[in-house]
Ligand binder design. Structure first.
Ligand code: HDD
Length: 748
């Protein structure tokens, strides 16, 4: 059948007249391949064999005009199986049917055993040159630009779980440097649960859903998790940190990142320095509040993923400074008494300031989630000259685990050939064959030494950019399964953390423990956690015990005397408001000139206005520039905004859903003066301590929500410009914390 006849037959479906014009979604003419989006081009230009990748890749791209099988055979029809007659039976000889379904059957690959849920972005890292005297790595040189790919993730949940669960976040960065790939595989929390990798399966089994019913998903609020961490007190600092606000970040853009382990940097002269890596977000470190996080998990489970992609698409490119804390490389590998090989300890920033060494900017979204974000494979052992390892026992186990897991997850040893994993430098390895080999290697001598391939490739000494391990002396030692004595201190730094938090952060920490333990069934587990908390702080322990209705135990001994580290608190600073989202709620009767002015001011400040109205379409059709409605009251929740503006009193339209709802909720329908959905938005924003501005009757919305209009952070009825400026000023501090009173005495 000629292709044009086939096209007609395909369109003649039941219910659609044969004469109907082709719909715009169903082109009938072949088209040229679409050019790749400029900012989303494939990351590498060189294949594993050094060939031009685009040339090799092009024939398999899906932008070509004609549909084909995997073998390149052009297909006239992909909608009907080959049958004997129109009513069947289907014939086994239909290769396209079998190929299509077989491929589909194998589309899913195993999800990551941890960090399965994630989101990624491309970007660029620019070195400041400030570390060049202690680290010879080319990517840290002044003004050196290195392409990067970053993947953020939660740890415990499955691939389809929600974004804003309470959890640690992964922060993994792949630098495609001029010397090969360097991976910095870190978290948003500076310490880890365990000191030795041999315990990783234990902590993960405890945190994952219970094996009998496979619940709960992506939660730590269950008995096995708390059973483990209460028996295993080296986990206390990490646990406290993710019970704190750091466990529910506002955005991936607003999290710190940490390499956790101590690394060894090597300078141009071979001198070594011990160092810890830090990522500092330019947008500040901000978190959700717990109720918000829970609402978002239902309303928009993709909240963090969407936030990252939207910000990048809008040109609000998130940025982090990479910084290092540095320590002399002494044989003891301690700094002022802190064991640098213990990944459950930090070195407070007040003792060793974080020195900025470069800037990361995320500027492009992946073109294809599976090909890039899912297939990216990180490994803490992917190093470049200038960065070396220490003997941290947690790091040693990781060096084994990541390669092993990629082989099972990505189906074989050739995952480094996937576009997202390919180094941006020529690869001359002598690995051959294996599953999914895509390189067509030439030559006959993939071994060294050889004479048949001209002796190639040659060993690269230091002068040729070769990676030389630092010749560190290994002290005479006895084999044993033990940790150093300093690893036994599990309380000093958790107590330092508690003492460093502001009253409102302490209140959140107490609430998180009370919530999580309140979800446990076993009293013995709760009591044991209270015992751990008693050794951290009496007030913390008593407050959690009170919430659980259990007695607070006494500490097992005197509490350690430690200074606070103010750098551990997220509250109190001011940050740029750029990139934050401000909801503007209005209807046709509201002050639409005010809405226009507010939008302009918000956009001019690099923030994002989101106009919410009772119905979709536009506002202001009666005069002036129409205002596009971005969310309806039916679809919007306050959790999407960092601040809220109310441009009117938002009466329910007669007979609208809002009016019916309002009437149902009040004794006298005449009292239903405010659309209850607007009141819900305002009430939630108020409860979550968000700045609120309003004019033209906005006080009625707040009154309907039961919010006192004289409360801190509620700015009403000035000129619109002044109200908006006031709200933006408050945003610099993230929230109006005075509306979140902490219990008396928590000031510490
Ligand atoms: Fe891990 C993934 C971070 C300890 C074993 N880990 C993974 C990812 C991050 C971290 C960010 C996700 C990477 C991505 O986005 O693809 N892991 C850490 C940090 C640790 C840590 C900061 C401690 C300081 N991890 C750790 C240990 C082990 C593992 C001790 C095993 C002994 N981690 C894995 C893994 C994963 C992984 C099973 C799962 C998927 C993957 O590697 O590629 O190999």
């Amino acid at each position: 059948m000629a292709p044009d006849q086939q096209d007609r037959q395909t369109r003649d479906l039941p219910g659609r007249p044969a004469s109907a014009a082709p719909s715009p979604e169903e082109p009938t003419e072949p088209r040229e391949p679409l050019p790749p989006k400029e900012d989303q081009a494939a990351p590498a230009d060189v294949s594993a064999t050094g060939r031009d990748w685009h040339e090799a890749r092009h024939p398999r791209a899906q932008g070509g005009a004609h549909h084909t099988t995997a073998q390149g055979l052009r297909l006239p029809d992909t909608d009907h199986s080959l049958k004997a007659g129109v009513r069947g039976p289907v014939l086994l000889q239909d290769h396209h049917l079998r190929e299509k379904i077989t491929h589909f059957d194998h589309e899913r690959i195993p999800e990551r055993v941890v960090h399965a849920r994630g989101a990624g972005a491309h970007g660029v890292f620019t070195g400041y040159g400030t570390a060049s005297h202690i680290c010879r790595a080319a990517f840290l040189a002044k003004d050196a630009e290195t392409p990067v790919f970053v993947r953020f993730s939660t740890v415990v949940g499955s691939r389809g779980s929600a974004d804003t669960v309470r959890d640690t976040r992964g922060f993994a960065t792949k630098f495609y440097t001029s010397e090969g790939v360097f991976d910095l595989v870190g978290n948003n929390i500076p310490v880890f649960f365990i000191q030795d990798a041999v315990k990783f399966p234990d902590v993960v089994h405890a945190a994952k859903p219970h094996p009998d019913r496979e619940i709960p998903q992506a939660q730590s609020a269950h008995d096995t998790f708390w059973d483990f961490v209460s028996l295993h007190t080296e986990a206390t600092f990490h646990t406290m940190m993710f019970m704190s606000d750091r466990g529910i970040p506002r955005s991936f853009r607003m999290m710190e990142g940490f390499g956790v382990h101590t690394f060894r940097l090597v300078g141009p002269d071979g001198g070594t320095t011990l160092a810890k890596f830090h990522w500092k977000p330019r947008a500040g470190v901000h978190s959700l509040v717990w109720e918000e996080a829970q609402i978002i998990n239902g309303v928009d489970p993709d909240f963090h993923r969407r936030d990252l992609a939207d910000a990048i698409e809008a040109g609000a490119h998130p940025q982090w400074e990479l910084g290092v804390q540095t320590f002399p490389d002494t044989p003891e590998q301690t700094f002022q008494g802190i064991d640098l090989l213990d990944p459950t300890k930090i070195v407070p920033e007040e003792m060793a300031p974080v020195q900025p060494v470069g800037l990361l900017t995320l500027n492009a979204n992946p073109s294809n989630f599976f090909a890039e974000t899912e297939q990216v494979a990180f490994h803490p052992g992917h190093l470049v000259p200038g960065v070396d390892l220490t003997d941290d026992a947690l790091l040693a186990g990781r060096l084994f685990s990541y390669l092993d897991t990629q082989i099972s997850r990505l189906g074989g040893p050739n995952f480094a050939q996937l576009p997202i994993n390919r180094p941006h430098v020529p690869v001359n390895d002598m690995h051959r064959d294996g599953m999914h080999q895509t390189a067509v290697h030439e030559g006959v001598a993939p071994y060294r030494p050889n004479s048949l391939d001209g002796g190639c490739p040659f060993a690269a000494g230091a002068g040729a950019g070769g990676y030389l391990e630092t010749p560190v002396a290994v002290p005479a030692a006895t084999k044993q399964r033990r940790a150093p004595a300093s690893f036994l201190d599990h309380t000093s730094q958790p107590r330092m953390f508690w003492l460093s938090l502001s009253p409102v952060e302490r209140e959140h920490l107490i609430a998180a423990y009370t919530f999580e333990l309140g979800k446990c069934y076993e009293n013995a587990v709760k009591e044991r956690v209270l015992g751990v908390l008693a050794d951290i702080d009496g007030e913390l322990c008593e407050a959690v015990a009170e919430g659980l209705g259990l007695p607070a135990p006494a500490p097992s001994g005197p509490l350690p005397s430690v200074p606070a580290s103010p750098a551990l608190s997220q509250v109190g600073g001011t940050w740029p408001a750029a990139g934050r989202i401000i909801g503007i709620v209005a209807d046709d009767k509201g002050d639409l000139d005010g809405v226009r002015a507010a939008r302009e001011k918000i956009l001019a400040g690099g923030m994002v206005p989101l106009v919410v109205a009772p119905a979709g379409g536009t506002l202001g059709d009666g005069g002036g520039e129409p205002i596009v409605v971005q969310r309806t009251l039916a679809a919007a929740r306050s959790v999407e905004f960092d601040a809220l503006l109310l441009a009117g009193r938002l009466a329910p339209a007669p007979d609208s859903y809002g009016a019916r709802d309002a009437k149902a909720g009040v004794a006298d329908p005449a009292e239903s003066t405010v659309d209850p959905r607007a009141a819900l938005l305002a009430g939630e924003a108020f409860r979550h301590a968000k700045p609120i501005g309003g004019w033209s009757g906005a006080e009625e919305v707040l009154a309907a929500a039961g919010c006192p209009v004289s409360a801190p952070g509620v700015l009403l009825n000035g000129p619109v410009d002044t109200v908006v400026a006031g709200v933006v000023n408050l945003l610099a501090g993230h929230r109006v914390w005075e509306r979140f009173p902490a219990r008396a005495g928590l000031g510490g």
